[in-house]
Every structure is written in structure tokens, then in C-alpha cells.
Design a protein around this ligand. Sequence first.
Ligand SMILES: Nc1nc2c(c(=O)[nH]1)N(C=O)[C@@H](CNc1ccc(C(=O)N[C@@H](CCC(=O)O)C(=O)O)cc1)CN2
Ligand SMILES: Nc1ncnc2c1ncn2[C@@H]1O[C@H](COP(=O)(O)OP(=O)(O)OP(=O)(O)O)[C@@H](O)[C@H]1O
Length: 215
Amino acid sequence: MAENRSDQENTATGQEILLSSKKDIRNAIIALRGLITKQERDRFSGEITRRAVSLLETRISSGHLKPGAIIHLFRSFGEEVETDFLLERIKDMGFGLVVPIVHHEENHSTLILSSVRRDTRWRPGPFQIPEPYPVVRVDPSIVSLFFLPGVAFDPGGGRIGYGKGYYDRLLSGVRPDIPKIALAFSHQVLEKVPSSKWDIPMTMILTEKETIHCD
Ligand SMILES: Nc1nc2c(c(=O)[nH]1)N(C=O)[C@@H](CNc1ccc(C(=O)N[C@@H](CCC(=O)O)C(=O)O)cc1)CN2
Ligand SMILES: Nc1ncnc2c1ncn2[C@@H]1O[C@H](COP(=O)(O)OP(=O)(O)OP(=O)(O)O)[C@@H](O)[C@H]1O
């Protein structure tokens, strides 16, 4: 398998084949993720939230994160890791919070970031993902730590999302030393996912079973 992938990358039509294999993995993992029961998803999400909170506490004590620093988190949709509790904890801990918004321009869409404030309200955006309003647009460079969604990951920091390249583009403008921490169920972590030149590697993956430090 691994040999095939690197062969594919070296051929003229490699990118297409590589993307189709990303697509197969994406579909397979989305189907697999749909098999977890609601109870399991809640329990696993609770465990992932505990890991995330303790990581933030450790980083505050070690001085790697300043009190009041800005954290990026996503509102979950469908069968993703449930982030509602983590969102409240981040606010309670006194951090600033930003979330992604799909922003439509004339002929393409990009991700922008909005601050979440005390008076922020939520409404369903594209794909029924809750989006804040009013939008208070902020630059990605103010974010000290990113919690990120995704479909499939590998311990080397590889990530597959929904195939729009939204986060790859957003993160391409973010300093490499800013932690990018994926929140995922353990079955979303595969031995290896195909990678493309534009993929931005994850720093860590938090699952219900373990904290993976990506190499
Ligand atoms: N919670 C969450 N928020 C996020 C992302 C994400 O992955 N998760 N995004 C990361 O980029 C951006 C939105 N990107 C998305 C891109 C494509 C689809 C999409 O194709 N959705 C399918 C359903 C997929 C499913 O069944 O799980 C659809 O609506 O048909 C969804 C979100 C910003 N916000
Ligand atoms: N930095 C970038 N600049 C320009 N195009 C990009 C960049 N990153 C990704 N893309 C484009 O986005 C498309 C989707 O990429 P990919 O399949 O890796 O998405 P993904 O990581 O699964 O999705 P997402 O980031 O939305 O969760 C690719 O066709 C690629 O050309």
C-alpha cells in the first residue's frame, strides 16, 4: 500500500489517484463513525474534552499559554466529536474563543475566523454547522492554539478533512510552532493517510484512548 502511494505521487496523474484514495478513506471513516452509538459518542467526547482541558491547564502552568490567550475551536456537526462542553470550559477558563465560518466570495468560499463573545448568538450555517453572529472577524495570527476537526488522521500528523481544503488554506498562513491539535475518535486514527504537498501537519491528536504527539 505505502509503496503504491509513493508511486502514485510520482506519476503525472498521481494527484488524481491520490485524491481519489483520500476520498475512499474519507467515505469509509465517515461510514464507520456513523456506527458509534450516541451514548458512546457522548462518553468518548467527554474523555476527549477532559484531555483537552488538562492540556490547556498544563500549558498555562508551564507558561506555554498565557491566561486570556485566544483558542480556536469548532462547533461540531453530525457525528463529529461533540465540542459543546469544551467550548464552555474554554470560556470559563478565561480564554478568548474563535470559531470558523464558511465565507462565500464571488466564485469560491474560504474559512474566516470570528470571535465568540458574551452576546454572541448562533444560527445554522452551510452544512447546518452553527455559526456565530454578529461576525467579529479576526486574523488567524491572533490564535495561540487550534483545536481542529477532521475525518481521518495518522500519528505522523497527517489529516484528511471533508475535501474542501478549507483548513489547509487557513493554516498555511499560521506560524508552524502554533499547536494544531486534532480532536478525534480513536477509530479515525489510521496507520497512514495519503498526504499532499499543501497538507499542514497536526501537532497532536486527542482521542478517547490516548494523546498522540505527532512526529
Ligand atoms: N464542525 C466542523 N466545523 C467546520 C469544519 C469541520 O470539518 N467540522 N470545517 C472544515 O473544513 C469547515 C466546514 N467544512 C465543511 C466542508 C464540507 C462539508 C460537507 O461536505 N458536508 C457533507 C456531510 C458530511 C457528513 O455527512 O459527515 C454535506 O453537507 O453533504 C462540511 C463541512 C468549517 N467548520
Ligand atoms: N494552501 C492551499 N492553496 C491552494 N489550494 C489548496 C491549499 N490547500 C488545499 N488546497 C486545495 O484544496 C483541495 C482539497 O484538499 P484536501 O483534499 O487535502 O482537503 P481536506 O484536507 O480533506 O479538507 P479540509 O481542509 O477542508 O478539511 C485540493 O484540491 C487543493 O488543491
